[in-house]
Design a protein around this ligand. Sequence first.
Ligand code: PLP
Length: 496
Amino acid sequence: MQYISTRDASNSISSAQAICRGISPDGGLYVPAEFPAIELDEIGQMRYWPYEKIAQAVLKRYLTDYSETELMEIATEAYQKFEDEKRVPLYPLSDREQVLELFHGPTLAFKDVALQMLPHLLGHAAKKIGQQEKILILVATSGDTGKAALEGFASVPHTAINVFYPQEGVSAMQKLQMITQRGENVYVCGVNGNFDDAQTGVKNLFGDAALEETLKNMGVKLSSANSINFGRLVPQVVYYFAAYAQLLDQEKIQLGEKVNFVVPTGNFGNILAGYYAMRMGLPVNKLICASNRNHVLTDFFEDGAYEARRPFYKTLSPSMDILVSSNLERLLFELVDRDEKQVAEWMQALKQNGRYEIGLEAAGKLRETFYAGYCDDDQTRQTIREVFEKTHYLMDPHTAVGQRVYKEYREKTGDDTMSVVLSTASPYKFGADVLFALTGEEQVGNEFEKAQALSQLTGRAVPNQILSLKTLPVLHRDSCEKQQMMDRVLNWIKRV
Ligand SMILES: *Cc1c(COP(=O)(O)O)cnc(C)c1O
């Protein structure tokens, strides 16, 4: 399988090259030259397979320059820290609705699924293309990516990782997770601003020729762990198949029956992986794109205008506080039948004017597959409380946004297709907010005391990943302005 850029389809490269480069030099994102297929028969077999084998079956079709043995080793290594035997277990909420728990990895967020695997994919890829340089991973994070990337790359030989997080826009617990990160090859720095400031800063560093040259002379090569890297996207395609296989195994559906997936969305990586799974042959009815008060995507699916010039709100679901959803570019590329000139034009307009329009007709075409909705913080809290009162199931705020939008979808359309809500974080990662949602009162105490209170209220143990943070020393206290990010990178990389 070869890979092409969404802005220049004339040059193709191997999967190892696409993973090493992260983003294409023309600013586009790498996509496979075509969608590989998995036959329904094989999907039917998956109910008997462990997660790692399903991963191998999906990955081998995309990463054709990796051997099958290699891919099995990579999958085994990647998911050994997932405490659940199924890796991504389903939890039944009602007879037509299941929650897919993607948060059983080391950082309690769904990004572990991809970021526990990416360092291994990258390490093998570098070897395949004969790259000698040390790989420097630069990450802009809205919270969960940062910790998950740090956890994935810490102490991995021939790599170093630098995470920039927005000072405004990560929870106290998320911040604590990052600034206590150990590893001789890690550097964590706050940026004064919001997520888009941090992300734009990192994007600019990637496009800076002078920086590239300086690093090259130091034997260092930049790479990305953000969800624009194809190596981040492809592990996420796997759990759509794994969810379907579990539904088959539990005899909740017949082979071939279509399923809805409800996805709390930010950068559009997770839901795009669902779209890829569908294009590969997974029976999907609707992909439901759930947003919070920053509902640029809901509006886009409605009227075909992507309007990033709008107020930015901090919400209870900070990992979805995003105005520029990078991965949407990959969907647009498919929408226009891979017309890269059209995609490049839109992306140029977005960069210059903060907006672009695909038109009403194109939006209608997208709505054949996608449904989009949003809810605000009050509705998010209300959903956490309602679900808990009704089913005793505890949701984090991101998952609750998905749940709420699904409820609205079902009421509006009457569609009772079997539906899977993707749960993207453990409720304990946002313990204070979840506790407030349940009790309606601001509780006194620090994050850990609130986690304990939550545990008492619900009878569920606080995860070890949270408990252990209490005693870890703070190792990263640095912060900077957007304009200082390059200096920070260079000063640090000289020393590692
Ligand atoms: C990253 C993240 C999201 C958004 O996922 P995208 O792939 O960026 O759309 C949603 N919820 C949580 C908890 C996340 O960490």
